[in-house]
Write a protein that binds this ligand. Structure first.
Ligand SMILES: *Cc1c(COP(=O)(O)O)cnc(C)c1O
Length: 377
């Protein structure tokens, strides 16, 4: 079927990402009740495919889908996976791990909010010391890639330490899943999470947790802290009925089916190489204009570049943003409390030529607003 062409915007914000037209139009389907078998079959296949993206053995790992943005996963994992009388240790080095600590507070859960520098990868030795001193920690939580800064954390080493102290390891992989290769078992992860609109380059509204079946089944006996975001209930309902517990995001599920086809066609390695190519073009472009990065290159996820605002009286992020936005390029402010930054992300279906076009526009914007180039600090 022929569909009209949709204007292509280059989104450099950290998701939702630029999508293919085939993914956009996959949502246009005859109306269907999601309780129909046809839809259930689609969901069952998707449930397995979501595990395959992180190379999970389907006998050991499964996925649990939710209707909602990515935070629904943080809510579900934190609230559902801590046994009675035990604690969760949140390794906090950015806005997204901080969100997990906030979830603990909202549910009045016994937890340790261990804060680290937001510009350095998590310190494994310090995480181990905290575990050693707190034998009642049953779960360790961290964020793989703090999207607010672009910092990547050493998850494999942290997972090994968690397991050494008999704690499960939960990782927010929302901004690495289907971008940076992850092997759930080799990376020592028990539960990870993501959303359809990020690495999979699908639409918003579908989020999912991939996790260890055995632990998931054990969590049946843990205290319940949420009704809608309960991991075991959602899992059990799907296992028994082949459906999500409540109304699924129907059109997003169709878009995600198409996105998964495109993901497996391109392949993990080729996709990761493309993201790195875009990141390299972003980092080189921004450096050439004189901007400083918040995170040293070796600690960057290779998916996000965080540039520090220059010290120029004419600098105005909103004006620069609007100039770029009107020309089809979306840039995004940072998520750091004490430093003003903006972010350029390599998430969607974009490639190096898009970035070349972007820098022509960004440089024009800087000149238009009489911001000195190279920028000064
Ligand atoms: C996007 C993102 C989330 C989810 O945020 P929502 O606004 O709820 O979609 C969670 N963690 C990380 C690391 C993210 O990048």
């Amino acid at each position: 079927m022929e569909y009209p062409k949709v204007t292509r915007n280059v989104l450099l914000n950290p998701g939702p990402a630029t999508t293919t037209d085939t993914v956009k139009y996959a949502q246009v389907v005859p109306d269907i009740c999601p309780r129909e078998k046809e839809f259930g079959d689609l969901m069952r296949q998707m449930k397995d495919d979501l595990v395959k993206v992180v190379h999970g053995d389907l006998a050991k790992y499964t996925s649990v889908m939710f209707c909602g943005s990515g935070t629904v996963n943080i809510d579900a994992c934190v609230s559902s996976l801590v046994p009675e009388g035990k604690k969760i240790l949140v390794l906090n080095n950015g806005a997204y791990s901080a969100r997990a600590a906030e979830v603990c507070e909202y549910y009045h859960m016994d937890h340790i909010n261990e804060k680290f520098s937001i510009t350095e990868p998590l310190d494994v030795a310090r995480a181990e010391a905290v575990l050693k001193a707190n034998p009642d920690v049953a779960a360790v939580y961290c964020c793989h890639h703090e999207t607010g800064t672009g910092l990547v954390n050493p998850i494999r080493e942290l997972g090994a330490v968690a397991h050494k102290y008999n704690a499960i390891f939960i990782v927010d992989t929302t901004s690495t899943y289907a971008m940076r290769p992850i092997d759930i078992e080799k990376d020592n992860i028990d539960f990870l999470m993501a959303s359809a609109q990020k690495g999979l380059m699908s639409m918003t509204g579908l989020s999912f947790v991939v996790g260890n079946r055995k632990i998931l089944n054990e969590s049946k006996n843990y205290p319940t802290r949420s009704y809608y975001c309960h991991l075991y209930t959602q899992h059990k309902f799907f296992e028994e009925k082949g459906e999500m517990h409540f109304t699924p995001p129907v059109q997003t599920v169709y878009a995600t089916k198409q996105a998964l086809i495109e993901y497996f066609q391109v392949g993990e390695q080729a996709k990761w190489e493309r993201h790195q190519r875009v990141w390299r073009a972003l980092l080189d472009g921004i450096t050439k204009l004189g901007f400083k990065s918040l995170i040293p290159e070796e600690n960057q996820s290779r998916l996000v570049v965080s540039a520090i605002y220059p010290k120029d009286p004419n600098w105005d992020f909103t004006k620069v943003h609007d100039y770029c936005y009107e020309r089809g390029f979306t840039i995004y402010p940072g998520k750091v409390s004490d430093t003003s930054t903006f972010r350029l992300c390599s998430l969607g279906t974009i490639d190096a030529p898009d970035i070349k076009d972007f820098f022509v526009v960004l440089e024009e914007a800087l000149k238009h607003y009489k911001i000195q180039v190279p920028v000064r600090y």
